[in-house]
Design a protein around this ligand. Structure first.
Ligand code: G3P
Ligand code: CA
Length: 238
């Protein structure tokens, strides 16, 4: 079962920062997940939220700032008030750090309402340019129109299906959408990763990765239910 470092070792270092990825490597991670946005000057960067309020206490959107200005903002404040300064890293920097050890890299594009116009091509081109990365890459996105654009940009890149507010009842619709984008994997909230749902997803030919599993009992349940992997903030969960 894959143990996927969710936003790096984010329980022990500020999420999605270089420190979080370095620590994940030290903790032995081989599988990684992170979130991607575009700055105003179209630089792909690794951060979860669209807005900087939660992580930095700053009233600004990533999409409205050029990278030179974004890099001056400390995003470790949410983690601890006395943690050393951490900037939002460029995608390039994160991939450079993790790629030698990585076996699986989940690039999660954040693009609700197409706020980052053109991000799909920028990221698929980025992955294509790096041959060793292409084999390890899985791209996912909660926004279905954006997921469809990713598939149009690259017919071969592995894709993970992600659906907002998914319930067991809505699973058949989600599976149809996953089929439409020729997904390789299905990323599911662990709260609805029941054995029956996982079996249905497997029967559709997809791997199942459950997020975000931070409790050992839930990890055991995911194993028992047949999940192929879990996303966790606590890499020492096992
Ligand atoms: O991709 C799995 C998980 O990361 C999705 O939720 O909000 O943590 O990006 P979120
Ligand atoms: Ca994510």
């Amino acid at each position: 079962m894959k143990i996927i470092a969710h936003r790096g070792a984010s329980a022990y270092a500020p999420e999605n920062t270089l420190e979080a990825f370095k620590l994940a490597l030290e903790m032995g991670a081989k599988d990684f997940e992170f979130d991607i946005h575009l700055t105003k000057d179209k630089i792909p960067v690794v951060h979860h939220d669209f807005h900087l309020l939660r992580t930095a206490g700053v009233e600004a959107e990533i999409a409205d700032l050029n990278y030179a200005d974004l890099k001056k903002i400390n995003v470790s404040r949410h983690f601890s008030s006395d943690y050393k300064f951490q900037y939002i890293p460029r995608l390039e920097e994160v991939v450079e750090i993790i790629s030698p050890a990585a076996e699986f890299i989940n690039f999660e594009i954040k693009n609700d309402n197409n706020v980052h116009n053109g991000i799909e091509k920028i990221i698929t081109d980025f992955i294509r340019l790096k041959k060793d990365i292409f084999k390890k890459a899985v791209i996912s996105c909660f926004d279905y129109p954006s997921a469809k654009r990713i598939r149009l940009c690259d017919r071969e890149v592995k894709m993970g299906y992600l659906g907002h507010s998914l319930t067991s009842l809505l699973l058949p619709i989600a599976l149809q959408k996953a089929k439409n984008i020729e997904a390789y994997s299905f990323h599911i909230n662990f709260k609805i990763a029941f054995k029956t749902n996982i079996s249905k997803i497997h029967r559709a030919g997809l791997k199942v990765y459950a997020y975000t599993v931070d409790d050992f009992k839930d990890l055991l349940r995911m194993k028992e239910n047949g999940a192929d992997g879990i996303f966790t903030n606590y890499l020492d969960i096992v």
